[in-house]
Ligand binder design. Sequence first.
Ligand SMILES: [Zn+2]
Ligand SMILES: [Zn+2]
Length: 337
Amino acid sequence: MSEREPQFLPGASVKLTGLKSNASLNGKCAVIQPKEEWPPHESRIAVRLEGGDTRIAVKPQNLVLATEEATSACCFICLEEATGPTAAPLLQTGCGCRGTAGQVHELCAIRAAAAEHERAGTWAGKHPWQLCATCKLPFTGALKLALAQEWCRRTEPLARTDVQRFAARTTLSNALSAAGRLAEAETVVRDNLETATALHGAEHRHTLGTTLNLGLLLDGQGKHKEAAHVYAELLRAQERVLGAEDRDTLNTAMQLAGASLNQGRNAEAESQYRQVLETQQRVLGETDPATLTCSMNLASALLNMGRFFEAANPNPNPNPNPNPNPNPNPNPNPNPT
Ligand SMILES: [Zn+2]
Ligand SMILES: [Zn+2]
């Protein structure tokens, strides 16, 4: 993978792909940030999501250059080329597959998923509607959306509390959200929240996760006050159920800070970010992606307030000398000749 890295130059347009912990971002476009923003100790690249100020640090294998995508090719299932006015369009699979292996007809992909589902007898072992059979990574973008819609259609007759029916709708809401269709995603998520509460109870991880999704969708639609309310309630529940230092709890606390920032409450956001960051540094470590993301968000809050100097170093290390090199001989050869 390292030979790919030099192609990722600051300012280049990229698409996110194959992310596991942030799977909802797969298929989103982003712009590579100046190298000063790249985390120093890890082979991660800082990118800013298009249409907002969200910055994250990702591995090179989770990025595809926008220019790399525009190659004409054929469907990897039926091998027909997408040429001529009557040809069905090809969709990007958005998984880890590249080039011709990464393009498919919607109908071919649906048939393949349905056949695999039937062969396995259950969706749960192989996740044919969600995972690429070749690279085992989740589909993203338009293909994810098309498969999720078909999967929802097929699971519609099942009981509302059926686990597979719920999973299909969770996938659909994520795909709609990634496609920027946030109002439609919100409708699906609100419905899912009722189902999750009935299925698992109010304090189950799935219910809490669905609540977070609702907050993110509200935030994304500019309903920041409503989002902050959802995050605050969720945070109380997570502190109770998971504890204040759990990764998910900390993420919600960071989202709540983001909602404050989006409402223009900069000082409040700063104090919330600093509190989260302090815990993340202690519990997750300095170079954890979540810690780095929070640090970048804090820098955005400081920039908003015009505190440029602090923004350049938003994260004064509480343990500034983890690898001491006191340089015992600072001037070894003051007079070489
Ligand atoms: Zn095909
Ligand atoms: Zn694949």
